[in-house]
Design a protein around this ligand. Structure first.
Ligand SMILES: [Zn+2]
Length: 260
């Protein structure tokens, strides 16, 4: 996704609460229930936009995406998580995929067309699911608020009380554009790899996606998913190390039906 834009000042007040003097990062972290609400709202808004062409459930790509998703969820969902997942494909050349807070997940045909195996698809999906499960957006949001507070402390003291705790004031812009930290990307890679192995996929698939995207980004415009997931060279190396350390033999990768 795109680089973060300036945070509207009003957002700094959104979850400030009355205790601005003793605020800690977690005081700004939207609850799990709020994450679900926010994600659903943003997903609904996205589906309503004229320019968003969502593929029908009968489309082969949607069916495969949902099949792989339910396979991954079967190894992590113990029935206690509040997340409300949904999996959709947007007809667009954009090379991208993203998960909104709380679970709604979108893949673009531009990315699906570049994947050749179910294991690669599982790699992207497992990475995104980890962002949801580990509440990475909510932590990024909390950090963002804390920074805004540091800058606007004086304003907070004078105005916070009038603009308390309203999640409705969190704009979609911040839902779609807030970047994840490097620490969280690493966690999504690592736990995503573990998740896909547990579900019976070959973890090399995830590594291949990053390798493929690094090559594609050699052109003038980097794919969005990669620019959202900046690759320091260590990232692919770290994945390989984690795979090697599993000391396992993995099943052969399954070709996607539309792979050339
Ligand atoms: Zn990521």
């Amino acid at each position: 996704m795109r680089p973060m834009r300036a945070v509207p000042l009003a957002l700094a007040f959104a979850l400030a609460g009355a205790s601005a003097t003793t605020v800690q990062a977690d005081a700004f972290k939207p609850s799990k229930a709020d994450q679900v609400k926010l994600g659903k709202r943003a997903a609904e808004d996205l589906r309503k936009q004229d320019k968003t062409k969502i593929l029908p459930s009968t489309d082969e790509r949607v069916k495969v995406l949902r099949k792989v998703a339910s396979c991954l969820l079967s190894v992590i969902d113990d029935g206690k998580d509040p997340w409300e997942y949904s999996f959709d494909v947007i007809d667009s050349k954009e090379v991208n995929a993203f998960a909104l807070p709380g679970g709604p997940t979108f893949f673009f045909t531009g990315l699906l067309d570049k994947l050749s195996t179910e294991d690669q698809l599982a790699g992207v999906l497992a990475h995104e699911l980890t962002h949801v499960r580990r509440e990475h957006w909510a932590y990024a949001y909390a950090d963002n608020q804390k920074r805004a507070l540091g800058i606007n402390l004086l304003l907070i003291f004078t105005k916070a009380s009038s603009t308390v705790g309203n999640i409705a004031s969190i704009g979609n812009d911040l839902l779609f554009n807030l970047p994840f930290s490097r620490k969280h990307e690493k966690e999504a890679d690592e736990q995503g790899l573990d998740m896909m192995v547990k579900a019976g996929y070959n973890p090399t698939g995830m590594k291949q996606v990053f390798e493929m995207l690094s090559k594609v980004s050699g052109g003038s415009k980097p794919p969005e998913w990669l620019s959202d997931h900046p690759d320091d060279k260590n990232r692919i190396k770290n994945m390989q190390e984690r795979i090697d350390n599993m000391h396992k033999t993995f099943p052969p990768q399954k070709p996607l039906p539309w792979a050339k």
